[in-house]
Each structure stands twice: as C-alpha cells, then as structure tokens.
Ligand binder design. Structure first.
Ligand SMILES: C[S@@+](CC[C@H](N)C(=O)[O-])C[C@H]1O[C@@H](n2cnc3c(N)ncnc32)[C@H](O)[C@@H]1O
Length: 275
C-alpha cells in the first residue's frame, strides 16, 4: 500500500478549502477520518503527492464533489424519529391553514430520501386530508445520495424500522430490492445542493417546516450559526424547525422558541402578529 505524506499542514489546507467551498468543517479530532478519505481520492486520481492532489481539488469541481461524496456520512432509514413530524402535523398545523394553503416542507441533508419519503407515507396513513397540500423539497450535498433518492430503490436495511404492513403497501420487492411506489416519489423534489449554496435561500423561502436532522453535527460553530440563521429567515412567521433528537441549538441561536411535547422538541419562529 502506498504511503502518502499527508501532514497536518495539508489537512488544514484541505479543511479550509472545503470550508470555504461548502461550509463543512472538520474538527481536529476528525482529522484521521479526513486523512483516510483524502487518501482514497489520491489513490483513485493517481495524485501521489499532497500538492498535486490539492491543486487538482482547486481546479476540478468534479473532484471536489467526489471528495465530498466520500466524506459525508449518510446514515438514515425510513421512519427515523418520525414522532417529531407526527407531533407537528397533529398539534401544530392550524385547521384554517389546511383548508387554504400548501404546506411547504424542506428536508435539509435528506441523504438517500428516506426522511422526506417517510413524511409522505405518514401523511398518507394518518393525515390523508393533507395529501394534496404537501409540497416537499429535499436537498443534500452528496450527489450519489440524491441519485439514490430519485431512484427510490432500497435494501431491507433502510426499512428496518417500518411496520411490515407499510412495507407491503408502499414497496414492491424484486430480488431483495424494495422499490418505492411512484405515488410517493412524485411528491418530493430533490436537489443536489449544499445548504450554503446561494440558490438555497430562494429555494426554501417561506417554508412552514424545515427538518435539519443529524446534519449540523458536521458543522463548526460558525457554519451552524449560518445554517440556523438561514432556517430562521426562511420560515414563515410561526413556522417550525425540527432537529435530530441528539442535537441542540443551545448557544447557537436564541431566536427560536423551544416548544416541548412528550419526547419531542420543536423549534418555533414565534412572531406575534395578533393571530
Ligand atoms: C447522517 S445523514 C442524516 C439524514 C437524515 N436527515 C436523517 O436524519 O436520517 C446527514 C446528511 O447530511 C448531508 N450534508 C452534510 N453537509 C451538508 C450540507 N452542507 N448541505 C446539505 N447536506 C449536507 C450529508 O451528505 C448526509 O447525507
């Protein structure tokens, strides 16, 4: 196996480059992981010195995307922490909103699509009167995950937390692959974007609900603040943000109001407009 001379200074340079380009920030405790992933790309591109690889990275957008795809951690599964969305749909959505308007939902860091598709399935099952109101956009920085999401074909591992009857209702099985029903697929629009890409602002403007679950964990404090500020500005008045259950925005943003339900916390953009 070839040994690369990837020293601390080079890792810091790659970190800065990635940070400026994508907002992703590697803490030093994650440098071993970063090193392994850069080495995989150095081998694949046959760039055997860190200088050569860095200059490729700077000049070739496709290589940057490949390194990002290599670095991201995409763990997800159907119905993961679905109770948070259930609480939002059950307790928060006002009846008059349901009558008149679209419900705009955004899944940030959607990975291979399980999160936004689970919302469609939940609505179909428990809130059928919302079916025609749903507008779901989902984005991820990882191009391979977005491809997989659009394809909508999964292994049983992705369905492990789903009730059997739901699997039967929404998937057809072929050679141990589970193909998602196209009626679910058509509701979600996917975008291969980083949350920090300039076009995201317009894309997620006036959202009713933003999900950003198990994504902020990859960001440094400055990026976390930028992302949460963007979410706040993009929500409608009295809109909601849902984070992963192990995440918090304590010390990151004090504009959101925490709303507590049993086992679920929602973050509200509370605006007193007399309604
Ligand atoms: C651990 S997965 C979480 C998937 C899903 N939200 C869940 O909770 O099951 C994190 C996802 O965030 C994506 N991600 C990381 N940084 C991102 C960024 N700057 N913009 C968009 N997506 C990002 C990764 O590619 C990965 O697919």
């Amino acid at each position: 196996m070839i040994k690369f001379n990837l020293d601390y200074a080079t890792l810091k340079e790659v970190r800065l480059f990635l940070y400026k380009a994508t907002g992703l920030y590697w803490e030093e405790r994650g440098f071993d992981y970063l090193k392994i992933k850069i080495e995989i790309r150095m081998r694949a591109t046959k760039k055997f010195s860190p200088r050569e690889y860095l200059s490729l990275l700077r000049s070739d957008k496709e290589e940057m995307q490949r390194l990002i795809d290599e670095l991201t951690i995409n763990e997800t599964y159907f119905m993961r922490e679905i109770d948070s969305v259930d609480v939002y749909l059950d307790k928060v959505l006002k009846v008059d909103r349901i009558k008149n308007e679209k419900i705009k939902i955004v899944s940030v860091g959607c990975s291979s699509g399980e999160e936004p598709y689970s919302i469609v399935i939940l609505v179909n099952e428990k809130y059928p009167y919302l079916k025609n109101k749903l507008e779901i956009k989902a984005l991820d920085i990882d191009s391979q995950m977005i491809k997989k999401a659009k394809r909508g074909v999964y292994s049983f591992y992705s369905l492990r937390a789903m009730e059997e009857q739901l699997v039967k209702r929404y998937f057809s099985e072929e050679n141990k692959e589970y193909i998602l029903d196209s009626r679910v697929k058509t509701i979600v629009r996917f975008y291969n974007l980083s949350v920090f890409d300039p076009e995201v602002k317009a894309l997620i403007k006036d959202s009713d609900l933003i999900l950003s679950r198990n994504v902020l964990i990859y960001f440094g404090m400055e990026s976390k603040k930028r992302a949460i500020e963007l979410f706040y500005d993009s929500l409608v008045d009295n809109g909601y943000l849902i984070l992963g259950k192990s995440e918090s925005i304590f010390n990151v943003n004090d504009k959101f109001v925490m709303v507590h339900y049993p086992n679920v916390i929602l973050y509200k953009k509370e605006v007193n407009n007399g309604s």
